[in-house]
Write a protein that binds this ligand. Structure first.
Ligand SMILES: [Zn+2]
Length: 491
């Protein structure tokens, strides 16, 4: 009995350490998401455009869905005189990867900017760099968040990121933008719709109120910019319940509207590849496209009569495709660890749990329950499951513990409570380890698929919580036995 009790206390300690390991894996997967890929893009200078420099206003409404955009009164007022399209976004559909893509034309797989943790300067030449190189100016007006400025700004750029930026400071920024010599770019960033969608979901009262405010800002800007080219767009959509990052249609498509003198109004039949936005914006500003812009300008959205050199874009796109292929192959080679890793884990577990045949069903049941319950709650197996961190993290932890309780209860009927706890702990730890190994244990290239990016995070987070539950169960059992032993030894 004493040996058993000590063993339980030790196993509890091991389970706790494994829980920390699962958290470490989770953090490592998140921390390495923005690592640059293993290939570079060669800068390709483009000839100076055959039109004079100009002014351009870009309005970025963060997290605005296509259907919501098309219902906004200001959008509907602009649409008959504008070219309207839908942007097709690459994954992950997060804000910072899009801000990078919008002005550089380099997709996340090629820039390595894949998450909102990236808070450095842009890794590639951007439209703003071309504007400054042509002697022009860039200004940013953002509602309390300086993400665009941190990425693309330079000291001396105009605008403000204050909380009240969309009030009087916006009018002042518009006045300065119009008065500045060309090329002159003003980027206005509306944040509130995204925040409300995350916290309360699409269609909630808070989100509708945020849409109304965004609509008023848009109407005001459309009036103030009369006569100058205006581009309105968003960086991603949202699931109905709030959340983005994956490839779901309502998430990975964004609205786009361009109004300019001489631009024929109408709806574009084809979706616009997001890598083509940078070169299109550069065309309106009358500056060459960024040096590594992968996509060519969208002719139906660019100034009439402008001619473009598309060969350079084709070469860059081919380089990105070749780089992606090489990354996929590198990752596939990393996955050869999976088989020996699984065999070692299985052997260890077989011995630690006393060679019970209940091992395999328990091993499969825990991850199946975690994934099943996650889907049952209506959350997808992509980053779009992240509504807010405050909701997402406790939910994943609860899934891990619930799945551990259910698996443990089923196994306990056959092998007793202590070995059942061992089985659950083993299953959770191995699931996290194997899912981590599937994506290269954060050592190699990041996986390209939206599900293989998210699943290891889900399993590692749930495993950490399940292992803590196992540690507590074992420690409590050992403590109770000690108390009973002490009581029975008393005179
Ligand atoms: Zn967001």
């Amino acid at each position: 009995m004493i040996v058993d009790r000590r063993a339980a206390a030790w196993t509890a300690a091991v389970a706790f350490v494994l829980a920390l390991g699962a958290l470490g894996l989770l953090e490592r997967l998140l921390a390495t998401a923005d690592r640059p890929p293993g290939f570079d893009l060669t800068a390709q200078a483009a000839p100076a455009p055959d039109r004079p420099p100009g002014h351009l206003l870009v309005v970025l409404v963060d997290g605005l869905r296509v259907d919501d955009a098309e219902r906004l009164p200001a959008w509907r007022a602009l649409a008959p005189s504008s070219a309207v399209a839908t942007i097709a976004l690459p994954t992950p559909t997060f804000s910072r990867p899009f801000y990078h893509l919008l002005l550089t034309g380099v997709p996340p797989d090629a820039s390595g900017v894949r998450s909102n943790r990236f808070d450095g300067r842009a890794r590639h030449d951007a439209v703003t760099d071309r504007v400054r190189a042509a002697g022009g100016s860039a200004a940013f007006v953002a509602e309390g968040i300086d993400w665009l400025r941190r990425m693309h700004g330079r000291p001396g750029d105009g605008g403000t990121d204050a909380d009240d930026a969309l009030g009087a400071p916006l009018d002042e920024a518009v006045r300065r933008w119009r008065a500045a010599p060309a090329p002159s770019l003003l980027l206005v960033h509306v944040i509130a719709v995204d925040e409300a969608s995350h916290a309360h979901g699409v269609g909630s009262a808070a989100q509708r109120a945020a849409l109304e405010r965004a609509d008023a800002t848009l109407a005001r800007l459309a009036r103030a910019a009369e006569g100058a080219p205006v581009v309105v767009l968003s960086d991603h959509g949202h699931l109905d319940a709030g959340g983005h990052g994956g490839h779901e249609p309502e998430v990975a498509r964004a609205p786009l509207l361009a109004r300019a003198l001489g631009l024929p109004p109408g709806r574009l039949a084809e979706e616009v590849d997001a890598t083509r936005l940078a070169a299109t914006l550069a065309a309106w500003l009358g500056v060459p496209p960024p040096l590594t812009a992968v996509g060519a300008p969208v002719e139906a959205l660019a100034p009439r009569g402008a001619t473009f050199e598309v060969e350079r874009h084709r070469r860059l796109a081919a380089a990105v495709e070749a780089g992606r292929r090489a990354e996929r192959e590198r990752l596939a080679r990393r996955r050869t660890w999976l088989v020996p890793l699984a065999l070692v884990a299985l052997t260890l577990a077989w011995r630690a749990t006393g060679s019970t045949p209940a091992l395999l069903p328990a091993a499969l049941l825990w991850p199946a329950l975690v994934v099943g319950l996650h889907l049952l709650l209506g959350r997808p197996l992509t980053h779009s499951a992240l509504d807010t961190t405050a909701h997402h993290a406790p939910r994943v932890a609860a899934l891990g513990v619930l799945a551990a309780l259910a698996t443990g209860a089923l196994a306990a009927a056959r092998v007793g409570p202590r070995r059942a706890a061992l089985l659950v702990g083993w299953s959770a730890a191995t699931s996290a380890l194997l899912a981590g190994a599937w994506v290269g244990l954060a050592l190699g290239p990041w996986p390209l698929g939206p599900r293989e990016r998210y699943l290891p995070l889900l399993l590692a987070g749930a495993a950490a919580a399940a292992l803590v539950a196992v540690a507590i169960t074992l420690a409590a059992g050992a403590w109770r036995e000690r108390a009973i032993a002490a009581a029975s030894a008393a005179p």
